[in-house]
Design a protein around this ligand. Sequence first.
Ligand code: NAP
Length: 344
Amino acid sequence: MNILQDVDLSQYSTMRLGGHARYLTEVTSRREIEEAVAWAVEHEMPPLMIGSGSNIVWRDEGFEGLLLINKMMKYEDFAEDELNHYLTVGAGENWDSVVERSVVAGLSGIEALSLIPGTAGATPIQNVGAYGQEIADVLVSIEAYDLHTRTFLTIPASDCASGYRTSRFKTTDHDRFLICSLTMHLLLQNPGPPFYRALAEHFAEHSITTFTPQVVRDAVIQIRSSKLPDPAKVANNGSFFANPIIDAGLLTQLQADYIDMPYWPVGDDSGNAKVPAAWLIEQAGFKDFHDPETGMATWPSQPLVLVNEHASSTADLLKFKQKIVDAVQTKFQITLQQEPELLP
Ligand code: NAP
């Protein structure tokens, strides 16, 4: 086990901010997880696992513990029959590479989750979803290390408490499990309509009428790359706020004042609706906004993405975030929730 000391955490967040980690090690196997956790326990410090830092904001104070970087690699495709495939992938695999390989194999189920930054192991934590698909739709089980019992276990998808961009790993069991791998059920078949609106519009515009996993992946890549900055070039954490769900009462009230406010009913009898956070932020005056005080900005084609232009600390980022939260709260009585996790 190679343990590094006093490591700059800004290298482990695509926002490129944060303090230092007291200790850091990479883990590539179950045995290395056991060793690392035992070392942390022996040295009386907390272990913490991350993937590639695409959805993490580090505090300026840093982390007084042992940071485990998940590098567990695996890609195993088990074909049960001509239609049903079970794909088991290591938590440390780059998510988009997993999507690419499955799409090249003709498998359907995660093609709309193309180009989402981060590792495979991070996807069940917030039940990553986009363009009408989410991990919970295909998840079979997760293999994890339980820090409470210090054993490995298999958690079936039905025990993950997955919801809209959430799961037990983000809520009740936050900090309990280290995810090692996940198994997904994919189908060797072509996807079909109806497609999510942005995809349907793209297909209509490009006169695309034959749909394969690759066609959907290509469309998602085009849509995402036209709207979102590449985290390798521009420091950002993707969407910084979740799309809020508001109750029927507030929806009616806001519709009276904002006739063209976009919204989507959540799909039950509650009358509650999802409202695009991007629209709220734009309306609150933060479209293509560059803040000289903090060095932060909103991305011109997607104000939901906060970019670090020349911020010097996480405090700057949080100050900018609060300006947006306050403006949206004042105008719409909606409290935006931060999506990237503030660690530790
Ligand atoms: P978008 O597609 O315009 O979506 C903005 C909001 O409107 C989302 O809440 C979305 O719901 C909803 N929406 C749009 N079309 C809908 C439809 N036909 N039916 C129901 N709801 C609809 O904006 P975007 O911000 O560029 O996001 C693109 C996709 O990436 C969305 O699916 C979004 O959820 C996803 N995304 C996921 C994450 C994550 O997993 N953490 C982060 C950022 C974006 P849905 O959220 O249910 O799609």
